[in-house]
Design a protein. Structure first.
Length: 80
């Protein structure tokens, strides 16, 4: 797994299929989004990737919120 800390993705992903979301606590809805994107990538022979956010958007846009997450970043990476 390659983790980028910015939007400068490797060129091979530019025409790939990307699942985008918070993915904080990988519930059934998240699993569906990820699996559908993965299936589409496989069927079209395209690279597959996931974009998530750190910090989670609610914390980014409201600095008063210090912890609004289910999982730590490490837990999220392991689950993904």
């Amino acid at each position: 797994m390659k983790i980028y800390k910015n939007a400068n993705l490797n060129k091979k992903y530019h025409k790939g299929v990307i699942a985008i979301g918070n993915f904080d606590g990988i519930h059934l809805g998240h699993q569906k989004v990820i699996n559908e994107a993965r299936k589409k990538a496989k069927s079209k022979k395209l690279p597959f990737g996931i974009i998530t956010f750190e910090p989670v958007p609610v914390m980014y846009f409201n600095s008063k919120i210090k912890n609004h997450r289910i999982n730590s970043l490490e837990q999220k990476k392991n689950q993904l």
